[in-house]
Design a protein around this ligand. Structure first.
Ligand code: SAM
Length: 396
């Protein structure tokens, strides 16, 4: 027996056609789920079949009575029980409800019977929500005239997850939000449309390369369009640390030539340039040495390309800079990992002044650092990121 969805509404004629059309219509015909739309007016007990009244306390608009909704919900529960189903899960669609997400869709898709109640006018008498509702959901930060579209949004996103509704499970598992990221861009024929070509990687026929390109696009899009989603994804998907290659090394900076290389990387990354009268910013790393910072210079095939520093007295990590030309190869991850392992005496190494929504911030999140308690709550734009990864074997 497939999932059952019940929509309680004053306008079943809006909802039923949607559920009977296209992918959902075909799936319902195959018996993969059953959907029922209930006319609320049929449950009124007054002579005029009135469903609403003025709000107590005054104000504009009308409020839906509790009684017809309660009786309709009791009738639905009785129908479900007669089919041997579990107690229905009752959701009230309200603009003030919890924002609906794909995670909710996954959760609700496991219900045996899902009941969606649509409000109208000014809304619904709160007492019936309190008495019968398992939860209130909102489909977004805007107000609709009624809950019909909202209930269809929930029904559609839940029903497409039912086994067999989509041709392949992969169909929804690769889509936006499933794994916390937005989907990569999609293309179809022709290869060139009005002078715009399909990205060449998609035509190369190498699935590993295509997958890597799509994954990178997905991360970049999410980072640019939905930084809060991206941060969440980074925090829940530990970043793998790339292997060090034979030609790579990171050495304690001691010689003038090494300090010069550090200064050049610093200048290339920060744009700091010594003006005629200004103090030479490139000298800053060397000055920092006097404040207890130990600098490490990373080289690939004897070419200096990144720098990081640690402060043993405090457990602080800082001065992490990767030459622009050497980015996107995991060097930042390697050096952050390297720096933490240089501080085995500190259980919770930290970075100061990390800008929110910066690459360093998401790098830290992916490597087990979280904002220090209290940081960022008052809207500060730079945070102290503290290493908090649990259950890790001691750094070697
Ligand atoms: N007075 C309500 C308020 O300010 O929150 C808005 C009532 S709205 C005009 C009428 C009905 O539309 C609601 O009872 C609810 O069922 C539905 N509705 C409106 N916006 C919604 C949203 N963003 N998500 C879910 N349901 C919504």
């Amino acid at each position: 027996m497939g999932m059952r969805v019940d929509i309680v509404t004053l306008f079943p004629e809006i909802c039923a056609p949607f559920l009977n059309t296209s992918i959902l219509g075909r799936a319902a015909d195959k018996g993969l789920f059953e959907a029922h739309c209930h006319q609320l007016r049929a449950y009124t007990t007054n002579r005029q079949n009135q469903t609403d009244d003025y709000p107590y306390g005054g104000g504009c608009g009308m409020v839906l009575y509790a009684q017809p909704i309660a009786d309709c919900l009791r009738a639905v529960a009785a129908q479900a029980a007669a089919q041997g189903r579990a107690k229905p899960h009752v959701v009230f669609m309200t603009a003030a409800g919890k924002p609906y997400t794909e995670e909710d869709a996954k959760r609700l898709a496991a219900c045996d019977d899902l009941v969606l109640v649509c409000g109208h006018y000014e809304g619904i008498d709160q007492r019936v929500i309190d008495a019968f509702g398992d939860e209130e959901l909102s489909i977004g930060d805007y107000v609709l005239t009624g809950g019909e579209l909202a209930s269809l949004v929930v029904a559609d996103s839940v029903l497409r997850l039912q086994p067999g509704v989509l041709a392949e499970e992969k169909g929804y598992q690769e889509e936006s939000y499933w794994d916390g990221l937005l989907e990569y861009p999609q293309y179809t024929r022709p290869e060139v449309w009005e002078g715009r070509a399909v990205p060449p990687t998609l035509l190369c026929g190498n699935h590993t390369k295509v997958d890597a390109w799509r994954a990178a696009q997905s991360r970049a899009r999410t980072r640019a369009r939905r930084p809060e989603l991206y941060e969440n994804w980074c925090a829940t998907h530990p970043a793998p640390i790339p292997r060090w290659k034979r030609a790579e090394s990171a050495r304690l900076v001691k010689t003038p030539a090494q300090w010069q290389a550090v200064a050049e990387i610093y200048r290339a990354c920060t744009g700091a340039d010594a003006g005629a009268d200004a103090p030479a910013p490139a000298a800053l790393p060397q000055e920092a040495q006097g404040q207890g910072w130990a600098f490490y210079l990373h080289e690939t095939a004897a070419n200096p390309d990144a720098v990081v520093a640690v402060r043993h007295a405090t457990g602080e990590i800082g001065w992490l800079y990767v030459q622009p030309a050497a980015r996107s190869q995991g060097l930042g991850r390697k050096l952050l990992d390297f720096a933490r392992k240089k501080l085995p005496e500190h259980p919770a190494p930290y970075l100061q002044g990390v800008g929110r929504h910066t690459a360093l911030y998401t790098l830290c999140l992916g490597m087990g650092y979280t904002p220090a308690p209290g940081d960022g709550l008052a809207g500060e734009c730079t945070l102290k990121m503290v290493y908090t990864r649990q259950n890790e074997t001691a750094p070697e």
